[in-house]
Design a protein around this ligand. Structure first.
Ligand code: MN
Length: 422
């Protein structure tokens, strides 16, 4: 069905945003307030204007205006029936055979923007942010570096989706520069730490999902209902200062090494758009406890890559290619585990995958692994090499799912490293 779906808008075959996708985001046009839109080809369809003109009559909206605010939170809280109805209506309005917009040039003037003319913002007011550690290959590689291959995984790793509560205030939209952090660093042979700019700034290739309807405090979400609470996914770069992390992380986990900046892509790809790319979650050994076992659980086939461009390079260079399906724990398992003790999630909360590494050396999701803690620097076209990110480097993560003749894409999350203050 989705293959035959065509829009009256011209869309390149390699576009991330065909009519099969329709990701939601918050954008600010020049001289107007921020509002919700969906990406279609190189354009954005303005949902605020469409709603004001009476084109989005969705029963679940009631009398509310849902798309005029600078966050998707009101829409997120409505749940999948409302999301589906909205998506179907928008696919209808954009379809080649629907005349309402197609044949009304005055209306088209008002509801379409060029993506290049607007500023993208964060898609939601993110109240809380959690980062998991759900890639077996990532956990195994990092554990091997720290403890050797025999005890690479901690005893709990295959029993529960390990995670930590992150910092929401420093989550920024793609395109925001990242300032190299300063902090406490203890050099290997020193007896006391120094205070200095991080010398081992890293990226982490991740995805994250946005919570739709929340759950009440004290009421866990059963795993078979977890996806009802997941609106959609974004790409994420969890910038990390490895030297700061090495000194601070025991015994309570990451803190300042990760709270200085986290970047996400602006377009939220809905789970509905990702349905054609759903695959069964591979069997897990040991079998997880029952609250982590679903009737059917899924992983999604999404190709991911990271590109690095230094200040002297004229174009970015792909430094790793991986796939979302390499994760061991599913999003449903992460969500069920997060809430099992009674923790309440709220609309707009962000739950991230952890670094996504594949089984091969060229599919590792961060520099720590790609360079094996700096032992094997990455060679770049033009002769430069990198152990870690340097000032002026731009790191971009991209990703898409491949359909039959179309892509359901995420666009990208990008950021440039600025020198430390002072
Ligand atoms: Mn991370």
């Amino acid at each position: 069905m989705s293959n035959s779906l065509r829009s009256f808008i011209d869309i390149a075959a390699d576009s991330h945003f065909p009519i099969q996708n329709l990701p939601f985001g918050i954008f600010k046009p020049k001289n107007a307030t921020a509002r919700a839109g969906i990406a279609i080809g190189d354009l954005i369809l303005d949902l605020h204007v469409l709603e004001e003109k009476g084109f989005l009559r969705i029963p679940e909206f009631g009398a509310r205006a849902v798309f005029g605010a600078d966050s998707l939170n009101a829409f997120l809280s409505l749940g999948r029936p409302a999301w589906r109805r909205t998506r179907e209506l928008l696919q209808h309005l954009l379809a080649a055979e629907t005349s309402d917009l197609r044949d009304n040039s005055e209306l088209r003037e008002q509801v379409f923007h060029q993506q290049s003319d607007v500023t993208m913002q964060l898609p939601a007011r993110i109240g809380d942010y959690t980062d998991f550690y759900s890639s077996f290959h990532h956990a195994h590689n990092v554990g091997t570096m720290l403890r050797g291959p025999e005890t690479a995984l901690m005893p709990n790793w295959k029993w529960l989706p390990v995670g930590y509560h992150g910092r929401a205030s420093s989550i920024v939209p793609s395109g925001t520069d990242v300032r190299r952090p300063r902090g406490q660093i203890k050099l290997p042979d020193a007896t006391s730490p120094i205070f200095a700019a991080s010398r081992s700034l890293d990226f982490e290739l991740e995805t994250a999902f946005l919570i739709g309807p929340g759950n009440s405090l004290g009421e866990p979400v059963p795993i078979d209902r977890a996806e009802e609470h997941i609106f959609g996914m974004v790409l994420m770069n969890d910038w990390s200062a490895r030297d700061v992390q090495t000194w601070e992380y025991q015994p309570l986990g990451p803190f300042l090494a990760k709270n200085f900046c986290t970047s996400i892509s602006p377009w939220v790809v809905t789970l509905d758009a990702l349905q054609p790319f759903r695959r069964p979650l591979p069997p897990q050994d040991p079998e997880p406890l029952s609250y982590l076992r679903a009737e059917t659980d899924s992983i999604y086939d999404i190709e991911l890559e990271a590109r690095l461009q230094t200040a002297s390079m004229t174009e970015p260079h792909v430094i790793t290619r991986t796939n979302f399906r390499h994760l061991y724990w599913s999003m449903s398992q992460q969500l069920a585990h997060h809430t099992v003790g009674g923790c309440n999630l709220q609309p707009g909360d962000l739950l991230a995958s952890g670094t996504i590494s594949g089984p091969t050396e060229d599919s590792r999701g961060c520099m720590l692994e790609l360079t094996w803690r700096g032992a094997n620097p990455i060679s770049l076209p033009g002769g430069e090499s990198r152990k870690w990110l340097e000032d002026g480097d731009t790191l971009t993560i991209g990703g898409y799912a491949s359909g039959d003749g179309y892509r359901v894409g995420f666009g990208k999350v990008t950021g440039k490293v600025l020198p430390a203050v002072g």
